[in-house]
Write a protein that binds this ligand. Sequence first.
Ligand code: ADP
Length: 448
Amino acid sequence: MFSNWHDAIKRILISFLVLLLAGWLVGEPALVVLAGTLSYLIYHLIQLRKLYNWLRDADFSEPSPPPESKGIWGYILDGIYLLQHRERQALLELKSIIDKAQESTAALELAVVMINNRGGLEWWNPAAEQLLGLKTPKDKQQLVINLIREPAFIDYFNKAKFNRPLKLHSPVNPANMLEFQITTFGEGERLMLVRDISQLHRLEMMRKDFVGNVSHELRTPITVITGYLETMLDDKKNLPARWIKPIEQMAQQSHRMENIIRDLLTLSQLETRTSSKQQSAIQLCSLLREVKQDAEQVFADKQQSIKIDCADDVYINGNLSELYSAISNLALNACKYTQPQGLIDLTVTRSSQGLSIVVSDNGPGIAPHHIPRLTERFYRVDESRSADTGGTGLGLAIVKHVLARHNGKLEISSQPGKGSQFTCQLPTERLVEAKSPDTEHPRVSVES
Ligand code: ADP
């Protein structure tokens, strides 16, 4: 580049000197230099015109070679031609990548939909037409919430909290179940992935039905067995001595089985019933007093101190029997796993994030690696300790389900050797400002 440029300057200077010499020889140096400069200008104008014509007629998808030129102009034209060529190469590569991406998304069973920052549809693959009934090109730029009109979807889309997928019946075929997952990218654009989970959903429903039905069918036989075993134990003196221990063990195990079946049924009802059922304004304080009374009765021999810290005017909107079951599960666990004379606190606090019901104890605590798994069904920290205490391993799974049905969540923190804290976090929307006179607190179970 520099050598070309230096050559050009050198040539101009030499031409100027030659013209000056020639002008001096003919006695008209100024005229000759002027004539030379004019022809130099005309030469450049001709080159500029060539460049202009070439660029005007250029087809960028198929660039034609530049007009023949020498010197600096040849270099400029070749440079532009090279740039055109490179740009074309890059365009071809980009096009091939886009073609491949489109081909691969066309082969996907997963629906892929690109949504712009106004909520309009930009692009979608063929699976989206099948699963969501989108029409090309009619639906382009249409608002997605005008095409998928299910209120749950509109709410999900507008709230823009996409950390969890949304499950919905297909707008095309309500017998099918779809899972929507949205991620944001660029400047407010969204990528929506939709997959058909009908098969999975059917299996999940079958599993729930199976667990529900089996638990239901087992309940009566177990109740009968437990009943007979207890009747036999009531009349211990007429039993052969060698039968007393086995019958006591049978009664203990059948009690355990009864508890497992009761908890499995509770879980299955929580999974299958709609959450809007039996909502009422619940006075939290009075519910906690019920829980405390129950726990004190069940664990009377442990002589633990259960303290309640809750303002009388806190009312929450929810399902009384479910919330009772959740909080009592936590309180009974606290008593169960805490040593005699231990301290258990039931505390209610309100904050800008909502309401927290904290059940804390100064028991043995839980090692950190167990905490993420505690709400799994049948997960126990210490199998032998749980069996001793008659635990089913389902209590915390029930608590988690109940809270999810109240748009809340369970938070667990613990320090081994110092104690545990189970916090039921409920959103502000659950708080009821005015007191409700019709609130009662009978002893209830979720089945009621
Ligand atoms: P379980 O019926 O066995 O109590 P849960 O689901 O209620 O089942 O609890 C799961 C496990 O969590 C228990 O087995 C126990 O090891 C542990 N756990 C629950 N609450 C406490 C607590 N307050 N202190 C110590 N460990 C606890």
